[in-house]
Ligand binder design. Structure first.
Ligand SMILES: Nc1ncnc2c1ncn2[C@@H]1O[C@H](COP(=O)(O)OP(=O)(O)OP(=O)(O)O)[C@@H](O)[C@H]1O
Length: 338
């Protein structure tokens, strides 16, 4: 189910002044996608999460889950609508006196599931998160990763349309983080549930998100598919996802930032441009990585005319830049001269 955040502003009283935690945030999260919301501490992530499940009421703006405008519901309607949004917490928030299956049962009891249907649903959920063998264990007997699996099963219990994950892997080591992220990606594929991940960790976004937004000072500073972000030389989130390093201080030739999706995987573009335009190409920094099914890259390079005389080697710097730009753009590589 699509999740639409429309010009959401949240203000808090701060002594005599007003603190704007969210400033007209608009995001359209599509049905069935894994969407990451990333930002530094204080950017407004937790505030946005609390607004998304209406634990806090935005000062202004609308939040729609499919056709339902959450921001206009009565408290009773909201309680029902909230079942469509499962929340996975950083610190798991399990009931310590209950076993794994009793923890998963809890939201079903609250939602008024009949006892005989509950059993079947719990069986399904423990298998789904790979905890069939630990169903009678208590939280204190589980590892962090297992606790989070319970948290995920509990969030999924009532069959939500959206799974909101609040720093869901921040308390886990890197190997367990990978396993939990892979589980979330798998659940997204198998159940079609829309996943929204709130995180400060770029690794989380790189591993499973289809699209992501950068939140900075309560505003959306950048948003897009991961491949579009990385291929955009002006994207701050793209630069953070795949750092290219600063421009070199000691550049001899024409420095440029190349960004691309798949273009270098299918053909030797850099060799071709060097040969066809009679240039030396030096890679100074940057990287190539796999994001989703794509090979994406950001490289800082220098182009040098092979001839000493610019006129004999194909014209002035400006003309050469134009030729390089035309050549590479035609091969699907974005070029910006820095
Ligand atoms: N209940 C509140 N009352 C007053 N100010 C608040 C409240 N909640 C958040 N803020 C302020 O709103 C801004 C955004 O905070 P928020 O907790 O949403 O950021 P965050 O990105 O989640 O940070 P972190 O990653 O550290 O949790 C901060 O300046 C914070 O001090």
């Amino acid at each position: 189910m699509p999740f639409s955040i429309q010009q959401v502003t949240k203000e808090y009283a701060d002594g005599d002044s007003v603190l704007t935690a969210l400033d007209s945030v608009s995001l359209d999260i599509e049905d069935g996608e894994v969407f990451g919301i990333i930002g530094r501490s204080g950017a407004g992530k937790s505030t946005l999460l609390r607004c998304l499940n209406l634990l806090e009421t935005p000062t202004s703006g609308r939040i729609l889950l499919g056709d339902i405008e959450l921001t206009s519901l009565t408290p009773a309607e909201l309680r029902t609508a909230r079942r469509r949004i499962g929340v996975v917490f950083q610190h798991f928030n399990l009931l310590h006196s209950r076993t794994v299956e009793a923890n998963i049962s809890f939201p079903l009891e609250v939602a008024g599931y009949p006892r005989n249907q509950r059993r079947e649903r719990i069986d399904e959920l423990v298998e789904l998160v790979g905890l069939g063998h630990r169903r009678r264990a208590y939280p204190s007997q589980l590892s962090g990763g297992q606790k989070q699996r319970v948290g995920i099963a509990r969030a999924l219990a009532a069959g939500p349309d959206v799974l909101l994950c609040d720093e869901a892997t921040s308390a886990l080591d890197s190997e367990t983080t990978t396993q939990i992220l892979d589980l979330l990606a798998d659940l997204n594929r198998r159940l079609g549930v829309t996943v929204v991940l709130i995180t400060h960790d770029l690794g989380v976004v790189r591993r499973i998100c289809h699209r992501a937004a950068l939140l900075a000072d309560g505003r959306v500073a950048d948003v897009g598919t991961l491949t579009d972000l990385v291929a955009d030389p002006d994207s701050p989130l793209g630069a953070a996802l795949l750092p290219s390093g600063p421009p070199p201080a000691d550049s001899r030739g024409i420095p440029a930032l190349l960004t691309f999706v798949d273009s270098l995987a299918s053909s030797p573009v850099l060799t071709d441009v060097a040969r066809d335009l009679d240039l030396d190409v030096t890679i100074r920094s940057g990287g190539v990585d796999d994001i989703g099914k794509h090979q994406v890259g950001r490289l800082r390079v220098e182009f040098d005319s092979r001839g000493d005389d610019p006129e004999s080697s194909g014209g002035t710097d400006t003309e050469l830049r134009t030729r390089i730009s035309r050549y590479l753009t035609g091969r699907g590589v974005q070029v910006s001269f820095t």
